[in-house]
Design a protein around this ligand. Structure first.
Ligand code: ADP
Ligand code: MN
Ligand code: MN
Ligand code: MN
Length: 339
């Protein structure tokens, strides 16, 4: 019996890359091989030299098709088998390998918004719903929009074997969150990209689209972020390394280096309002949801744990944010003798 492999990759339409996929019919027992695609249709090549290479890096069961069918997440390579310039995973792989001894792990909170046509789910035609306040973790048809899609997506993630750890309704109607992790950097980012693909694919069957737009409705409505929770072994064992990591993220040019790569349109979301810190001012604090980086209260109480970088936009590339945080924090921890 043949089976279907859905090859998934990240295209070259930066700064807000899209996911692409296509199907390969495989013979029983075969491993998904290296494959190719037309890079001129994805912002990854010119028409006169358009071939690009798909290198499988993470395979899991396909919960949509079921049976023996699989999803195959790929890196994009040039035809000389070196990483294409849009391939941010290859860079993360290097940095993650360099600091693997510190056992870094990530939990990423992916916020997103459902749209039906040009309006978020729950927004009436030509107007606005009741102001924010009751929607976050709400219940009931007056507060919740799209739960059937959310439940189907969660089931699909679990059937695919992805390391999702929860879901919740968010502050704006039609806005939701799922969490991936805690997992090692490459795993967390791979699982998040596949979970995003499954989100779009699941919603498609409901006639709904999902967007990672960081500020889908202008004005007094919450944006969508991707809070990135991080720890190393040392941070999970003591409080000193927690502070070292928070300080490292605020040192010199680091705040700007990070924020510039934390997703397109970051200044529209990090305004200082709606549970954000201003994009151009770094701060950290215990339990502070208005800080750039939050130390959860249990972490202060226990004297160990993890930190939450609240700055990344919903549309951040998880290969980039995990690389930046590992590089900045693990370098500082090494220097401080806390590796
Ligand atoms: P909140 O909404 O209060 O910010 P969530 O429960 O949505 O928190 O997300 C917390 C995230 O922190 C989860 O993704 C979880 O996997 C992650 N996490 C928990 N412990 C650790 C840890 N030691 N290191 C890194 N991430 C962690
Ligand atoms: Mn959360
Ligand atoms: Mn949230
Ligand atoms: Mn959070």
């Amino acid at each position: 019996m043949a089976f279907k492999a859905e090859y998934i990759w990240i295209d070259g339409t930066r700064p807000t890359a899209k996911l692409r996929s296509k199907t390969k019919i495989m013979q029983d027992g075969a491993e998904p091989p290296v494959w190719g695609f037309d890079g001129s249709s994805t912002g990854q090549a010119e028409g006169h030299a358009s071939d690009r290479v798909l290198k499988p890096v993470f395979t899991c069961p396909d919960p949509i098709r079921g049976g023996a069918d699989v999803l195959v997440l790929c890196e994009v390579l040039d035809i000389d088998m070196t990483p294409h310039e849009s391939n941010t995973r290859a860079e993360l792989a290097e940095v993650a390998a360099r600091f693997a001894g510190q056992e870094p792990v990530f939990g990423i909170e992916q916020e997103y918004t459902f749209f039906k046509g040009s309006r978020p789910l729950g927004f009436p035609e030509g107007g606005f719903p009741a102001a924010q306040g009751g929607y976050y973790c709400g219940v009931g048809a007056d507060e919740i929009f799209g739960r059937d899609v959310v439940e189907a997506h969660l089931d699909n993630c679990l059937r695919a074997g992805l390391g999702v750890s929860g879901i919740n309704a968010e502050v704006m109607p039609g806005q939701w969150e799922f969490q991936v992790g805690p997992l090692a950097p490459l795993e967390a980012a791979d699982h998040l990209w596949v979970a995003r693909w499954l989100l779009y694919r699941t919603a498609e069957d409901f006639g709904v689209s999902a967007t990672l737009d960081p500020k889908p409705v202008k004005g007094d409505w919450n944006g969508a972020g991707a809070h990135t929770n991080f720890s190393t072994r040392a941070m999970r064992e003591a409080y000193g390394p927690i502070i070292t990591a928070c300080e490292a993220l605020g040192e010199g040019s680091k705040p700007m280096d990070h924020v510039k790569q934390y997703g397109a349109g970051i200044d529209e979301r990090l305004t200082g309002l709606h549970e954000t810190a201003p994009w151009d001012e770094y701060s950290y604090g215990v339990s502070d949801r208005g800080a750039s980086v939050r130390i959860p209260w249990q972490v202060e109480r226990d004297g160990k744990g993890y930190i939450e970088d609240r700055r990344p936009n919903a549309n951040v590339d998880p290969y980039v944010v995990t690389r930046l945080i590992v590089d900045t924090c693990c370098t500082a921890l090494e220097k401080a003798g806390q590796a």
